[in-house]
Design a protein around this ligand. Structure first.
Ligand code: GAP
Length: 441
């Protein structure tokens, strides 16, 4: 038996399965691809939506202290000047003196060039700003300059006053946002782990300054538990506290949740104590009051902010790697199965008629329409039943419903479980309830 654990899962196996089964394709592939950008296919788009929905459900809908926001990607350039991104959102770059290849200085682990092996050395470091620039309107001059946002957080900070007025919230409360972010990364790679266009899921949680330390600890626990509740194995998760010299310009403390990706332990999500840095800076630069009136003390307070900042694509990659399993099938042959939590599985149910002949097809289609109104499903009638099980295993579908010739007489179908491959016969009238028991845990 060969059971792959995430540590032994090879990224190539994941990339190949992702393409073959329609999860993720290289972007612009017919033109040879486009540097570390990826497109989500029919299955991947369902998986990504499920990751984002699970986050929104737990972090917004099921809490009474967080509201949502969807701010524009293009914002006033003043936002990025004030936030410190124009001045400091940069990586130190060096060029190899021999082959001219460019590297991030902080990622070089040896004196020799990793590309050509030369020991001639490198140029001195220059700061390279990671924000993509563009121009708004018909004139491409400095006055029309705009940036593609490198984080969704600033859209939240500049709307703090609007949300406070519109919702009459009291501290502590949070604003959550999901959306695209862009960074001109120098060393993208490891599939969708680090890309130049990606999606973030961020919360800015505003608290009284006196309670910031307590909320910082609490948010690390909440976010860690979120991954575990969705099936990520606890042994593949760990915390890493940033040392002082590594902290971002706004942070009084940051802890990364790290996942054991195929390339090694790496950041999955960061939880930071951003203090009152952003609200104070925007208030000063804009001349607007960005504070909260505390009824108890009768004073205006600039809240501190605890920020759990996750990447939707990176979370998806962690769930994909963690779910990837190779183990024996019913016949003792290897099968690849994605053991997703049912909430994340792209399709919840596969409906598989044993034959393409009537009246079996009509019955199978009836069964399918019963199930389809409740969950994302797939109807698959091509090739042998064994092959179809394998296909659904590779998509991570938790339940397959087989309609066979006996179904015509006994009005029952077989549910086959993805993980233990056990089969259970249930009456068609009871099918939705039986599936609900398995899927809505
Ligand atoms: N607002 C704080 C912030 O943006 P960050 O640590 O730079 O903090 C937060 O980013 C999360 O966004 C990361 O933990 C990661 O999940 C995701 N992320 C950042 N850069 C990324 C990239 N180039 N590709 C994919 N995901 C990325």
């Amino acid at each position: 038996m060969t059971t792959d654990t995430p540590a032994s899962v090879k990224m190539e196996a994941i990339v190949s399965l992702a393409k073959r089964r329609g999860f993720i394709f290289p972007s612009s592939e017919i033109y040879g691809g486009f540097g570390s950008t990826w497109d989500y296919g029919p299955v991947g788009v369902e998986l990504k939506r499920n990751v984002k929905d699970a986050w929104w459900r737990s972090m917004v809908r099921q809490r009474d202290d967080i509201v949502g926001l969807d701010a524009a990607i293009l914002m006033s350039p003043s936002v990025w000047e004030t936030s410190g991104h124009v001045a400091s959102f940069s990586d130190p770059l060096v060029d190899c003196l021999s082959c001219k290849q460019r590297f991030r200085e902080d990622e070089l682990q040896q004196d020799a060039c990793p590309t050509c092996g030369s020991s001639e050395g490198f140029t001195s470091a220059r700061q390279f700003n990671l924000m993509f620039k563009t121009h708004v309107g018909p004139v491409e001059d400095e006055g029309a300059l705009a940036y593609l946002r490198p984080e969704t957080a600033q859209g939240i900070f500049v709307n703090f006053g609007n949300v406070l007025t519109a919702t009459r919230r009291r501290l502590p409360f949070g604003i959550a946002q999901q959306g695209k972010a862009f960074r001109n990364e120098i060393t993208p790679g490891n599939f969708i782990f680090r890309t130049r266009e990606f999606e973030q899921m961020e919360i800015e949680f505003f608290v009284h300054p006196d309670t910031a330390a307590e909320w910082y600890t609490r948010w690390i626990e909440i976010r860690e538990q979120w991954y575990v509740d969705l099936g990520l194995r606890a042994e593949n998760l760990r915390r890493r506290v940033h040392p002082q010299e590594e902290l971002s310009h706004y942070s009084a403390g940051t802890t990364d949740l790290e996942y054991r990706f195929p390339q090694g332990w790496a950041e999955l999500e960061g939880i930071a104590n951003r203090t009152d840095f952003d609200l104070k800076a925007h208030a000063e630069a804009s001349g607007q009051r960005l504070s909260y009136f505390d009824q108890e003390s009768g004073q205006h307070v600039v809240p501190y902010v605890i920020e759990p900042s996750a990447g939707a694509d990176r979370a998806l990659l962690a769930f994909l790697v963690d779910a990837y399993t190779v183990e024996p099938d019913e016949n003792g042959n290897d099968r690849v199965v994605l053991k997703f939590h049912p909430r994340l599985a792209p399709y919840k149910v596969g409906v598989l008629p044993l034959s393409r002949k009537q009246p079996l097809v009509e019955m199978a289609r009836n069964v399918w329409s019963r199930v389809r109104s409740h969950w994302a499903t797939q109807y698959d009638d091509s090739q042998s039943i064994g092959r179809r099980y394998r296909r659904q295993d590779e998509l991570g579908t938790p339940c397959c419903v087989t309609v066979d010739f006996d179904s015509l007489d006994d009005h029952a179908v077989t549910i086959r479980d993805r993980d233990d491959q056990a089969q259970e016969r249930v009456r068609v009238e009871d099918l939705v309830d039986a599936l609900r028991m398995r899927l809505e845990c």
